[in-house]
Design a protein around this ligand. Structure first.
Ligand code: 9MR
Length: 430
């Protein structure tokens, strides 16, 4: 205490100088952003992390606010002019949407997508169930060569190419939506057909990845910017020491522990040099899963075969907590790779005004966190994709269990959630 009194003036002077320096740096950074970003990109004020009295670092006050100029909701209600979310975030990250082929074949929806999104993902059409051609594989008669046919994905690929929209390719290696015959001797479809050896399976994996990437990159150069190389390979409950999913996972059953690394190695070999390779998963904020993913990704990073982590973010209004969500983003950021939010939706079982207003606030919170992490240089977030265009098209909206989790309603009218995602001042902060 005595020492403190003795040097009190010195400490005060030092604090004032430090504050001044931080203030000038932030101001400078904001100036730089202003210079490079064209309207209507919103400005975001960065708030300082609060440290509570007990000295433990508290949840960040993730409040990114907009200025009055960015009153998107007010403007929409007065003039009917709807802001474009992709334009609002154009200097930050891609704003994407998952689409089915029939969404794109609908002209009204397609035009709307082109006006609002800068990235698309096939909701199903680039999964192995849709890209592998059994008849053509049998016809070819090569035990190591499952034949890929991208006919289900061309509608999306053409749409992206024609409209200068980028694509996330989802997904190459997954335990789900992959036909069992891919793993059996003679590509046999019978239920009890025996599996091939590890060597044959590795050859099949390479040929499968090679064909798909070469097809996309030859015919649609520059369209795909990110590949979900491996999807959902961590399942803590399965009991593997590294958390690898072992149940109902034929890739693991036949190839073994290194199937993930093998997939990334092949993907790196055939990807275009500008394309980014992602590990993608859900429940990424659950602690043991989070640590297992970080371990896995770190190993892949050391080998130079991964560029990013895809956080699916099928979340709820009150789960995970903001603190856990923020913690997870911080942890993944420490990997020093890109982060993409790949499948965002927020389950909301009610369509009442009150429930939808809460949803809007939740969207606002999530986008605030992402934006603040990006703006502070803590996280290299390059893309945020919502998993579906409108509530009626959401995978969680089922006839017996409705949900209204997305940004637009079935008539493509913007919901309050849309304005929450824009950090509109009319949407309450949490
Ligand atoms: O939205 C997709 C739905 O149409 C499919 O029926 C389902 C089948 O598993 O897959 C859904 O998408 C999933 C995505 O590919 C991976 N993460 C979870 C998504 C929601 O289940």
């Amino acid at each position: 205490m005595k020492l403190f009194i003795k040097y009190r003036n010195l400490i005060l002077l030092f604090s004032v100088l430090c504050c001044g320096f931080v203030f000038i740096s932030c101001d400078q950074k904001e100036q730089n952003t202003k210079e490079t970003s064209a309207e209507p990109t919103q400005e975001v004020s960065q708030e300082i992390t609060a440290v509570p009295d007990d000295g433990k670092e508290k949840e960040e006050d993730n409040v990114a606010s907009t200025t009055e100029d960015n009153a998107y909701y007010e403007n929409y209600t007065k003039t009917g002019v709807l802001a474009s979310i992709k334009d609002v975030y154009k200097d930050k990250f891609h704003i994407g949407v998952a689409l089915a082929k029939h969404d794109i074949e609908n002209k009204i929806k397609a035009n709307f997508v082109a006006s609002q999104f800068s990235s698309i993902t096939c909701e199903n059409e680039m999964k192995a169930d849709f890209t592998l051609d059994h008849a053509a594989t049998l016809k070819k008669g090569d035990e190591e060569f499952p034949v890929v046919n991208m006919k289900n994905a061309v509608v999306a690929l053409n749409f992206a190419k024609e409209n200068d929209i980028k694509m996330r390719a989802h997904t190459l290696v997954w335990h789900s939506q992959t036909p069992r015959w891919l793993f059996t001797e003679g590509f046999d479809k019978s239920e009890d057909a025996p599996f091939v050896t590890r060597e044959v399976m590795l050859a099949r994996m390479e040929n499968y990845i090679k064909q798909e990437m070469e097809y996309v990159n030859t015919n649609y150069e520059g369209v795909v910017y990110a590949w979900d190389v491996v999807n959902e390979a961590i399942e803590i409950g399965d009991g593997h020491k590294d958390g690898i999913r072992i149940k109902n996972n034929y890739w693991y059953e036949i190839i073994g522990d290194d199937y993930i690394e093998q997939a990334f190695t092949f993907a790196r070999k055939y990807a275009d040099k500008n394309q980014k390779l992602f590990y993608n998963d859900y429940g990424t904020y659950e602690k043991s899963k989070l640590f297992a993913i970080c371990e896995l990704v770190n190993k892949l990073k050391e080998k130079g075969i991964i560029d990013g982590v895809g956080l699916q973010d099928h979340i709820q209004i009150d789960y995970p907590t903001t603190l856990d969500y923020q913690y997870a983003i911080n942890k993944y950021s420490e990997l020093g790779l890109e982060i993409q939010i790949t499948e965002l939706d927020i389950a909301c079982p009610e369509d009442t005004e009150e429930a939808q207003e809460k949803l809007a606030t939740r969207y606002r919170t999530i986008f605030s966190i992402l934006l603040n992490c990006l703006n502070k240089g803590n996280a290299n977030i390059t893309s945020v994709t919502v998993w579906g265009l409108s509530d009626d098209r959401s995978w969680i909206n089922k006839p017996d269990q409705p949900s209204y989790p997305l940004l637009f309603d079935k008539n493509l009218k913007p919901k309050r959630a849309f304005f929450g995602a824009l950090l509109d001042p009319s949407v309450k902060k949490y």
